[in-house]
Design a protein around this ligand. Sequence first.
Ligand SMILES: Nc1ncnc2c1ncn2[C@@H]1O[C@H](COP(=O)(O)OP(=O)(O)OP(=O)(O)O)[C@@H](O)[C@H]1O
Ligand SMILES: [Mg+2]
Length: 188
Amino acid sequence: MGTLELRGIDKVYRSRGKPAVHAVRALDMDVRKGEIVALLGSSGCGKTSTLRMIAGFESVSSGSIALNGRRIDHLAPAQRKVAMAFEGYSLYPPLTVRENIAFALKSRQLSRAEIARRVGAIAQLVEIDDILESFPRSISGGQQQRASLAPWCGMPIFICSTSRWGSSSRSSARSCAVGSRASWRSAK
Ligand SMILES: Nc1ncnc2c1ncn2[C@@H]1O[C@H](COP(=O)(O)OP(=O)(O)OP(=O)(O)O)[C@@H](O)[C@H]1O
Ligand SMILES: [Mg+2]
């Protein structure tokens, strides 16, 4: 059985006074534990809509989404155990990389000592342990990407939503793979 199962997913956006947009049509997709999957397609074909439905930021118009055999499409985003890294890097400029990661981890009600331990372990996994005391403006795009993904390592499903990787450097694509692999490893 696939870890994540999408069955017959449709997404129709309806706004008053505008024609309905059928963004996703009859999508079936399985993602098994440990797989890294990329959605590729022309602009407007429904990639971001699909990711947002998995994360819970958009409702499905019809169909079902299940994680380990349990329906999640009716659950609020926070109840799904799905992490989504958005296209922006979402780092706070006045905080160091270490402080940024720790700040994001604070929302999980961990002790100070546990946060400090996790920051160190995750930073090693995504290869940013040498820039933990740097500020976001003084590190590269790929490092910013890894720093913003770092707090979400360990979530059962880890979604990176971006259009930039398609046209950007190899190192950014590698950042994505490193972050995702690290996430899967620590999710075991
Ligand atoms: N909130 C919305 N309301 C109405 N239509 C929307 C909304 N969000 C997306 N759409 C439309 O749904 C379709 C799919 O959009 P989506 O963002 O999923 O595409 P995408 O594959 O991610 O494209 P891109 O590669 O350009 O990011 C597009 O026609 C888009 O205009
Ligand atoms: Mg998109």
